[in-house]
Design a protein around this ligand. Sequence first.
Ligand SMILES: Cc1cc2nc3c(=O)[nH]c(=O)nc-3n(C[C@H](O)[C@H](O)[C@H](O)COP(=O)(O)O)c2cc1C
Length: 219
Amino acid sequence: MPTLRSRLRRLPVFAGSLPAFDPTDVPADPFDLFADWLGHAIDAGVAEPHAMTLATADAVGAPSARVVILKDVHDGGWEFATDARSRKARDLALNPAAAASFYWQPQGRQVRLTGIVVDRGALQRDADFLARSPASRAAAFAVRPGEPLASTAELHAAMAAALERVALEPARVLPEWALLALVPLTAEFWQGDPTRAHVRVVYTRDDVAGAWRHELVWP
Ligand SMILES: Cc1cc2nc3c(=O)[nH]c(=O)nc-3n(C[C@H](O)[C@H](O)[C@H](O)COP(=O)(O)O)c2cc1C
């Protein structure tokens, strides 16, 4: 029976034909390169290419990471939606610094962002919530993020009741819903290479209104 360690060591990484990435020919704004790489991943059929790992830290710096779905990138922010009662939202209310990463395996590409999370406000929050499917809205109404749950039957019953209420009140918005955006101060584009000559281009700026600069760094 092979051990987990031996099975892990047999798994390939950076295999196959990965796209070329010329670090001397990148746009001035990392948004443009992100849109290009994400578009490439979508066109190539990458599963859930909009899944982003979001790391936050609480007031004493204890970190926590989880996956959220990227809803849009505009006005300089990478947007995601969540419940204000969740740990991530509570962390961000105390400490708006956050990091996010994307990994598109077939391309061997990783994007890493660090910056500050801002709240997009009630209007955009409402629009995001009301654009969700009835089932998704019902799930949002039904849950109490992170609180102890006696059984999954209780969860299913709460969701069924919430779905009925959504049908009766289709314009109702969960008051705790939040549309947040990570506004980056750094953005790294990492192109894996089968020979391990990985290419890293790091964009930085001093503040959210500042001009971007970029450099090539050692892998
Ligand atoms: C593929 C995927 C997509 C997810 N999308 C979201 C999302 O968009 N918003 C969200 O709040 N949680 C999303 N989750 C659930 C979070 O990863 C997490 O479990 C939940 O938000 C509670 O996290 P927290 O306690 O750290 O705040 C998603 C999970 C997965 C695996």
